[in-house]
Design a binder for this molecule. Structure first.
Ligand SMILES: [Zn+2]
Length: 366
């Protein structure tokens, strides 16, 4: 794939389809790349269309669109199919142009405290492979980042995909991430690590790194429940509690990059001490460990959240009460945010949400 094609592909799913100033040469080059992106995004979202229709819809001349599509064909980013929707026009066959999502692949990684979840997608964001591997994040970045790079290579080769077709890796991790640097001690030993730079070196591919809840919010807003929603609050309930905010269609980061850290909003100032040093943060009521600890006060044999979820599904009142307390705490914080931000949609996600209505109902009630 040529450099121009690479830049175009990286701009594909952005709401703002202007090319970033990075890599921009002359205004002419910028215009050329913008036109490529315009045509490619149109073909991607609208399916098999003849060139003349693409020209009509994008407002570009037929000649310009014809040249761009020839270039996109050379790059493998589109394909022409003569068999479908061929319409006779003035005696000539009209050949529809399709987006070729298989031309390259993207790896997505959820970096957790104990495991890595990896997916590989095509350029249409269709998941074509998924794997979950143990990940000892507590051993620190010196041990873990080389492990992550090796895991990505193993994963791609196990999927039978050529490495040179992978055009980038998106990594979501817990805690505050700004300019590629982990800023919060969410995973002990990682604070101050330039995770972005080290992954670029170790993996050898473009890396997109951000907080997992911000990426969750971005994913929901581009491909999930919040498509075409201008303002959305995303809450991720798992080991920690993360939040992501989409305002005017863009993920809001805040000045320090820490917007959305709802896990450390205080539910009860006299509550338990949190890992962050404060008392009574939401995580100390609704994080996985807090739920398990509450259950263990009366059922010491319960080891983990999976057991709590299973027992709650089977009707165990102690486990149900612990999950409901978590939901009520989340609801208390979320209802305050809703009053302030007035989002169109709230998406609640994360492993604890396997409990379904047990956690969701108290959130709704708040
Ligand atoms: Zn805290």
């Amino acid at each position: 794939m040529s450099r121009i094609a690479g830049r175009i592909v990286h701009g594909l799913h952005a709401r703002d389809t202007r090319i970033s100033p990075e890599g921009r040469g002359t205004d002419l080059q910028l215009m050329r790349e913008s036109n490529w992106l315009l045509v490619l995004n149109y073909v991607r979202t609208h399916g098999g269309l003849p060139r003349a229709e693409v020209a009509r819809q994008t407002g570009l001349s037929r000649t310009t669109v014809g040249n761009i599509i020839d270039d996109l064909l050379t790059e493998g980013l589109v394909r022409e199919s003569g068999s479908e929707r061929a319409i006779p026009s003035g005696g000539r066959r009209v050949i529809p142009v399709h987006f070729n999502a298989d031309v390259a692949h993207i790896v997505g990684i959820a970096l957790g405290r104990h495991r890595l979840i990896m997916v590989v997608t095509d350029l249409g964001a269709n998941i074509i492979g998924r794997v979950e591997v143990p990940f000892p994040a507590y051993e620190g970045p010196d041990v873990c980042l080389p492990l992550l790079a090796a895991a990505v290579r193993d994963f791609i080769s196990s999927q039978g995909l050529p490495w040179n077709k992978v055009i980038g890796v998106g990594v979501g991790m817990p805690g505050i991430v700004k300019d590629g640097i982990c800023l919060s001690p969410t995973i002990p030993g990682w604070v101050g690590t330039n995770v972005y730079e080290r992954l670029c070196d170790l993996v050898g591919l473009p890396i997109y790194l951000d907080n997992n809840a911000k990426l969750g919010a971005l994913g929901e807003s581009r491909f999930g429940n919040a498509r075409d929603v201008e303002s959305m609050l995303y809450v991720r309930v798992g080991t920690g509690i993360g939040g992501g905010l989409v305002l005017d269609g863009q993920v809001y980061r805040g000045g320090a990059g820490s917007a959305g850290e709802i896990g450390h909003m205080v539910v009860d100032p006299h509550g338990p001490v949190c890992a962050c040093g404060n008392n009574g943060c939401l995580e100390t009521f609704a994080g996985k460990q807090a739920i398990v600890d509450l259950v263990r006060e009366r059922k010491p044999e319960v080891a983990d959240i999976v057991t709590v979820l299973q027992l709650a599904q089977a009707g165990d009142p102690i486990c149900i009460a612990a999950l409901q307390r978590a939901g009520a705490s989340i609801g208390a914080i979320v209802s305050g945010l809703v009053n302030f931000i007035s989002p169109v949609l709230i998406v609640v996600d994360g492993s604890t949400m396997r409990a379904g209505e047990l956690v969701l109902a108290p959130i709704r009630a708040a």
